[in-house]
Ligand binder design. Structure first.
Ligand code: DX5
Ligand code: ZN
Length: 225
């Protein structure tokens, strides 16, 4: 398992979402964000069932794995995530995050992901309370708080999620475990300071990075400051 706890505390990990990249040249987009200083790359996998949209999946990840060394942060918005854990690990995922609202047993799914040598994350939709994931803090590597309804990029950040982020920050600190706290949806230079102040240490951003008028480098720098 690639370890991802070694990042400095005062500097957020930036995970640009490939969903907002130009799909006709993903290899170039990945090289550009890696070069611009992003630590991770966020893969939004959608199945048209768990969410009302379809993006990309296993063969695309497998095809791009040899092109880069960047950490593959995989966000599964799919039904039956346990069924696909081994396949995503084989395709090159370094972290597999699935939704607590999906139909598989969370503890068994986390174990399945770990048994494939990959870090495991648990994500919550905006309407799901923090309490839903607390029973799994003893075994997960990351929590992902959705700050939009999953399914589409380019949506507006939901400020009512800040309280949940703060609640989960407290729970993580109390657990004494090195669990990363990631946020996803509508993150840009304006909302990044808000989620950072609430306790997030890992920021997903699609539109704000890939559609940045002044380029990826400045966009990533702006997200950090
Ligand atoms: C939404 C995805 C997000 C999204 C982020 O379902 O999980 O990762 O692509 O995109 P922006 O940053 O544009 O909100
Ligand atoms: Zn995502």
């Amino acid at each position: 398992m690639r370890i991802f706890q070694h990042f400095p505390q005062n500097r957020p990990v930036i995970s640009p979402s490939l969903l907002a990249a130009d799909f006709s040249c993903l290899d170039k987009s990945i090289a550009k964000v890696a070069d611009a200083g992003a630590e991770w790359l966020h893969w939004d996998v959608m199945d048209g069932h768990f969410v009302p949209n379809i993006s990309f999946g296993l063969p695309v990840m497998a095809a791009l794995r040899p092109a880069t060394d960047i950490f593959f942060d995989t966000h599964l918005m799919i039904s039956h995530p346990a069924r696909y854990a081994a396949a995503f690990a084989r395709a090159g995922a370094d972290l597999i995050t699935f939704h607590i609202e999906s139909d598989d047993d969370p503890a068994a799914t986390i174990d399945r992901i770990h048994s494939n040598g990959v870090a495991a994350g648990l994500s919550l939709k905006p309407a799901t309370p923090a309490s839903a994931v607390l029973p799994y803090l003893d075994r997960i590597d990351l929590l992902l708080v959705m700050t939009v309804e999953p399914g589409f990029g380019g949506q507006r950040f939901m400020p009512d999620q800040l309280r949940k982020i703060a609640e989960l920050r407290q729970a993580i600190d109390a657990s004494g475990r090195a669990i990363r706290l990631e946020v996803d949806g509508g993150i840009d230079a304006r909302t990044a300071p808000l989620v950072r102040a609430a306790g997030a240490d890992t920021l997903v951003a699609g539109t704000a990075v890939f559609q940045a008028p002044q380029g990826l480098k400045k966009a990533i720098r702006d997200l950090r400051s």
